[in-house]
Design a protein. Sequence first.
Length: 369
Amino acid sequence: MADRDDYALRSAAAREVEAPALPYRPPRPKKAHRIALVGAGGISFAHLDAYRAMGWDVAAICSRDIGKAEGRRDEFFPQAMATTDYAALLARDDIDVIDLTPHPEERAPLIEQALLASKHVLSQKPFVTDLDLGLDLCRLAEERGVRLAVNQNGRWSPHMAWMRAAVERGHLGEVMAAHVAVHWDHRWIRGTPFETVRDIVLYDFAIHWFDFVASLLRRPATTVQALVVDVPSAGIAPPMMASALLDFGDAQASLVFDAATPFGPQDSTYVAGTKGSLTSRGPNLGEQQVELWTAEGVARPRLEGQWFNDGFAGAMGELLCAVEEEREPSNGARENLDSLALCFAAIASSREGWPVEPWTVRRLPSQEV
């Protein structure tokens, strides 16, 4: 006979237990590597600031606009060379890694040129807008014996990194569900180029969470169903609300984004497994309290760091460590294509009105507003 507790009207108290020590901080390579950053636009500050904090060597900054390259150089790495000559940069034997920050359409040929020059590459996210092109670049990297990784920097935000490490160490058992809800005000994009991206929320922003979910569940999704909702009061052309349901056959995931929330911002994540559950919540992406619930009790780790710029240090650090250890980076481009396949399927579903199988949508749907 059921009683009140069976209907989740009350929860049993859990005792406090010590949080496990998990490797969630940005990985640090053991050797010195020389990095060249290509693209001195908006997000480049986060790359350079992270590398400076980690004590890494940025030997050159390349941009079509020499003024921008010199500005970033003077701000972060005064000893670096500022240049507009990408071909000459690739010809330098003393540069190991190319960090490419331009937009995907401009970036793809730059990735190919760097791989042909036998350079390791970190690509800004989203990696590509065409899955087949992405596969070609992955094959080229493998043929040239170099590493190709994607700057999915959200993976090394402290709360996401700790949660992923807990799953990898088996603290949750088999993951059955992962649910994300982000409610914040993204209207700062008004008047910027981002306002011209039709799926700015479900594509450019949500790719972090498609990647996070894929990294936790580690198996292919069968279908994705999504919707987007216009918010006329936001005064912005793209839809500012979006959600997606992901079916993994024996597991599920959901993503909810309310991007025009002027008051009471909140970010929460719940991951359920056969042996435990994880929660993370806070007023924003930089302030999160993580809890690990198991049969032993509840653990609340005290996390260090911030998404900006630990996430950028983590993405590059993982690539550098993979180069040293002659292995594929955990943020490798081939794996990242699975995350993009989820994202492309979600966008297609939001327009077609029914579930879509990942990898059946090979190109990013048009982003014209």
